[in-house]
Structures are given as structure tokens and as C-alpha cells.
Write a new protein. Structure first.
Length: 252
């Protein structure tokens, strides 16, 4: 089943064409990485899919239904969730409260902070938050203020927030950015565990090619807003055009 499809997707910022006739499809349970040099249009593409940007031209379909014109919270409720390039958490709240907010927002679309006063009555939200924190290895720090977490754990919490929405499609924008080698390894292990245990469909934007080749079923290469290649990790590794565009001819 094709879970996500873009058709002739164009996004212009004045005279700048950030995405240029992008036709992308992602199958259910597939793990797709989007790579390319800085300015290739990767983050713009993800922001179009998550409805944080409106396309200039083209269509985006999720589960066979166009999502152009929908609000971001609507596509979350439909089953699309995103972890951001930098940790996006409620620093003043506890780790558990962060997960509960994400679970409740995905369920209801919007919320007031007063729900925190009555969250014990929201059994499903509480259980989902607990399961999510357990999955990302943060259950033991559930009552800790999020601001006090080490950077790597903040990024893990941010992935957990995205997972708390119980998405069918998870988009991850450079989930290991700014991490130490040890934190990166731990996060990649987490992504692989999510891939293995949940069978989750995800789209990953990542500059670290070792990570991309390790966890991807298929790789899509963007350059100057256009898809210039796509294929398995082995196919992309041997593509001369990709090597030239992405690394100036250096072997991947």
C-alpha cells in the first residue's frame, strides 16, 4: 500500500524554487531516507508533507487522500508525526507531561494546559505516555524536568513525543544533529528498535551517510529541489551522479 505520495510538488519562495516537481512515494512499512547537499530542499519537502508550508503547485496524498489545505494538527490525527531538527520539548514540564501532551494532542487535535490537573482520569493518554517513554528508554526519568535531561536524552524525548501520537508515518529531521558519537549510536539503536518492534513507516533526513546506509530500505537523493536518484543503499552508493552532487565525487 502506498502510504504517502507527492505529485508534481513545487514550493517557491519568491524567485527561489525550493522543491521542483517532486514525485515521491513511500510504501507502508518502508524506511526511506532523503539525502542531498545543504539547500537541496529536504526540510522544505518535509514541512510541505507535515503541512507547515503550503505548496505552490502539486498535490500531497496520505492514505490516498489529499492533505493539501489541511491544518498541521489534522495531519497528525490522520497519522503523520514529525521529530524536528532541534529538540522541540516543553522544557519546564516533566518528561511524562511532555509525552502526555503529545498523546492528548494527537487524540483531540488541541488541548488546554489545564488537562495536566486532571490527567490521572485520562487513562488512555497516561498509558500511551508510559508505553512511549518505556520504548525510548526514558521511563526511569519520567518525573524529571525535561530541561534537566542531557542533550541526547532530550532528542530521545523528542522522538518519543512524535511516537506518542501513534503515527502511521514518522518523519525525522536529522535526529542525531549535535549529538556525541555515543549519543548518536544510542539514538540509531533506538530507531532500529522502533523499526523492528513497531514496523513503523518512516522518512528520515540525515547527513550522516553511515546512519542512512544502516537503516534505510530506500534512499531518495535531492539536489536543487529535484530528485536526481533513488534506490537501495547499494544502488545509491554506486551512483556517480549522487557522488558528484552530494560529495563532490568522493566515494560514499
Amino acid at each position: 500500500m502506498t502510504l504517502l505520495k507527492t505529485d508534481g510538488l513545487v514550493k517557491k519562495f519568491g524567485g527561489l524554487v525550493a522543491t521542483d516537481d517532486v514525485n515521491l512515494s513511500v510504501e507502508e512499512n518502508e524506511r526511506v531516507s532523503i539525502i542531498g547537499p545543504n539547500g537541496a530542499g529536504k526540510s522544505t519537502l518535509v514541512n510541505l508533507i507535515t503541512r507547515r508550508l503550503d505548496p505552490t503547485e502539486g498535490d500531497i496524498q496520505f492514505k490516498g487522500e489529499s492533505i493539501v489545505g489541511r491544518d498541521p494538527h489534522e495531519v497528525v490525527q490522520m497519522g503523520i508525526s514529525k521529530s524536528f531538527q532541534t529538540a522541540s520539548i516543553f522544557s519546564e514540564l516533566t518528561v511524562r507531561e511532555n509525552a502526555e501532551i503529545a498523546a492528548l494532542a494527537a487524540e483531540n487535535g488541541s488541548f488546554g494546559f489545564k488537562f495536566l490537573q486532571h490527567r490521572e482520569s485520562l487513562t488512555g493518554v497516561h498509558d500511551r505516555a508510559t508505553d512511549t517513554l518505556d520504548a525510548v528508554g526514558l521511563l526511569g526519568q519520567a518525573d524529571r524536568t525535561a530541561a534537566d535531561l542531557p542533550y541526547g536524552d532530550k532528542r530521545r524525548l523528542e522522538i518519543g513525543i512524535a511516537l506518542a501520537a501513534e503515527p502511521d508515518l514518522l518523519l525525522m529531521d536529522e535526529p542525531t544533529a549535535g549529538m556525541s558519537p555515543e549519543e548518536t549510536e544510542s539514538t540509531v539503536d533506538l530507531i532500529e528498535e522502533v523499526k523492528r518492534e513497531l514496523g513503523l513507516t518512516f522518512v528520515l533526513i540525515e547527513h550522516d551517510m553511515e546512519i542512512v546506509f544502516r537503516i534505510s530500505d530506500r534512499i531518495v537523493v535531492l539536489n536543487r529541489g529535484q530528485i536526481i536518484a533513488e534506490g537501495t543503499p547499494d544502488e545509491i552508493r554506486g551512483d556517480d551522479e549522487v557522488q558528484e552532487a552530494y560529495l563532490g565525487g568522493v566515494d560514499l
